[in-house]
Ligand binder design. Sequence first.
Ligand code: HAM
Length: 412
Amino acid sequence: MSEILKVLKGTKDILPQDIDMWHFVEKTAEDVFSKYGYKEIRTPIIEVTELFSRGVGETTDIVNKEMYTFERSNRSITLRPENTAGVVRSFIENGMSRLPSPVKLWYKGPMFRYERPQAGRQRQFHQVGVEMFGIEKPVADAEIILTAVNFLKSLGLSHLEVELNSLGCPKCREEFKKKLKEAIRPYLNDLCEDCQKRFETNPLRLLDCKVEDCKYIYAKNEIQDVIMSDFLCDDCKAHYDELKMYLDKLNVHYKEDKHLVRGLDYYNRTVFEIKSKSLGSQNAVCGGGRYDHLVEQLGGEPTPAIGFAMGMERLISLLPKKESKRLDAYIVTNFKTDGFIFAEELRGEGLNVEFDLANKKFTKQLEKASKIAKYALILGEDEIEKHHVSIKNLDTGKQVVVNRADCINFLK
Ligand code: HAM
């Protein structure tokens, strides 16, 4: 016998018994995002590598360690690790800056990151997300957060907490980085190798390190006390205050996390995450923020923008399991041709119907019907002769005989 091949580590099949949950999340995303005026966009899963090195940032873990990159025709190509950069590329390439502002786009689909797989973390995972272009005002930030919260509510997840911070603009962030480095410098030799590099290339990411020795150092008061909000310039502070005012007025609960920085380099001002206590260490279901410089950085006209993405696997793991959808009817008969024709008639009327293709005995057919359908439609000798059908409700066991022509109305 040939060797059985297995799914790659960190990837998963989405099986038929789970697909209804995925459809539910995707349909809810479409419904809620449409309410806020978003249109769906589908961009390719492969993009030129430079899009991510320039967009997400050379010094991020995503670009440094986690991308699936390969060469074709002397071009370096990468499986998208996230979709903001791809949507921005498409926004620029398709001249969407000429559309009435704001331009609101939503997406769903697979992303790829070569991370160490664990509960809630996969190498191929799926996101739903939104991106809004053209509005610099904090009211857009408030609407984005509200969109995320209302999407989660519509899924039945209303107990999740929004964590909020402002990263300021590049100018006020420089001062913050300087002060943070000053506080950390005395411990530099005790930090892990990655943090020693980050100290020079991306000091904002230092506090996110998961190495115990580093965590112990960063927990020191003199480091914890260096917080971005103390360095916000007047404009950035006013932006952040106005956002919080809107959230308060709309009763959106949030917690300020003064050390929230996010793992991608494009953010400025507002950043946020939505977390669930029941998810263990990979507890963020949503991450997002403002990226006012990315469109310009990728060659477009300066355009303010903001968005978020949610991990679909993490969302689904929080939802109560839905029973798989059942067929409307299963035709039980020994008269194969009649059964075949009747099934096609019913399908033509929009019903989901199966009949026995395997030539099983009558009782076996009935057994199968009770596992996968709401009704068994029985065509015995008597029914065939009178052009009737016996309809058996497979939940209650009740059975009625009707004219075949009335069957559709009955089932509908
Ligand atoms: P992110 O925080 O990297 O942001 O990812 C967003 C969400 O995707 C996370 O909160 C998590 O739920 C899910 N996720 C990320 N990595 C994995 C993984 N390895 N396995 C399972 N789920 C994962 C972004 O991707 C940004 N593009 C979000 C954004 C949109 N910012 C502005 N616009």
